[in-house]
Design a protein around this ligand. Sequence first.
Ligand SMILES: Cc1ncc(COP(=O)(O)O)c(C=O)c1O
Length: 444
Amino acid sequence: MMDELNYPDLPNDLESFWMPFTSNKDYKSSPRLLASARDMHYMTPGGRKILDGTAGLWCCNAGHGRTRIAEAIKAQADKMDFAPTFQLGHPAPFELAKRLADLAPGDLDHVFFTNSGSESADTALKIALAYHNVRGKGSKFRLIGRERGYHGVNFGGTSVGGIVKNRQFYGSLIAGVDHIRHTHDHEHQAWTKGEPEWGAHLADDLERLVALHDASTIAAVIVEPVAGSTGVLVPPKGYLKRLREICDRHDILLIFDEVITGFGRLGASFASEHFDVMPDMMTTAKGLTNATVPMGAVICSKKVHDAFMAGSSAGIELFHGYTYSGHPLAAAAGIATLDLYREEGLFERARDLAGYWQDALWSLEGGHHVIDLRNIGIMAGIELEPRPGQPTARAMETFHKCFDDGVLIRVTGDTIALSPPLIAEHSHVDQIFETIGSTLKTIA
Ligand SMILES: Cc1ncc(COP(=O)(O)O)c(C=O)c1O
């Protein structure tokens, strides 16, 4: 739908912006623009309302245009735009860190700030390597990721990630990385509501790598509790607990990448709380500030943090940090966002909505082209049969048509991945699945 193209506020040159993870040629020949956003909706420049089925990019958990957050950012900008956090400080990141430590389960209570999920992943991997070093176990240098994992696009995250297209153009990436197998198995798990019964034993693949490399060389394993970007792959029952046990057995740190699953997506503060499995570190970003100001955080256990305080000699304990680690505007946005989550009970709201969400998703069972449905919390994956010889084309066409019909969905490969803001009402949930269902009927 091209109403956007006739609107006077349109940029008259689309050429200069090299768009990320986008077919620039396709997009620029048929651009789809968003001009403003409030609560559950985007508006196009032409004034069309688009229901947000994806919380932006898995990140606007409290919905759009939240005045409380905008005011906090403005107040902080008026008071102090920037202050370094190297050898200096200002109150906001200390307060936000304390709030995150209180929110995170168990003894995950020390927070290292970054600016994105990618930086959080690389920060956690570096902390893991340094952790073993400061304990005198520098031989533990290997990092283990998982097939079909996504940990952002920096070198560490790309290396432990398991998406071929994200890796294949970048040479050898970082050394000393290996991958356990992914948890998805269509034959044993298709059409499961929530966590599949089959597959806890897949965690034992880590034992295979221990046998191959020896535990004395392995520093850490990083996984998404629920793999989001490769199509909402819900972990099999007992899988994460088993992974934890194997890590404990071999003194391997377990890192949960909670960039998507954090901040209420599963109806709990974090997936680690939902699954009752405690990692040694959690990476976060996105919902931390409701996506208003870029910010990420690595939340570390006392064990990890204290090893640095005990282990290193006087001076800087960790040679790592970003100019904007704990940026005042981001920290102010984060504090206001956590206030909103708590005061509006949004994590509990997500928990209450999960049943309705699941039922609405499952109305697509037997629908055109649908070969699997997956869900947990307020996340859903709808896997489509790929068009013969044209992988991803059917999903991409569905994305375009749904947008034209007023619903923003996300597609990854041939899977539609959904994650609306946690303020969604039943009527929004209905509209999302009705639009997808009717769109799929019109697609070849
Ligand atoms: C699990 C996970 N980790 C890391 C990232 C990277 O985050 P960013 O795009 O903020 O760098 C993402 C982004 O979707 C993600 O889903």
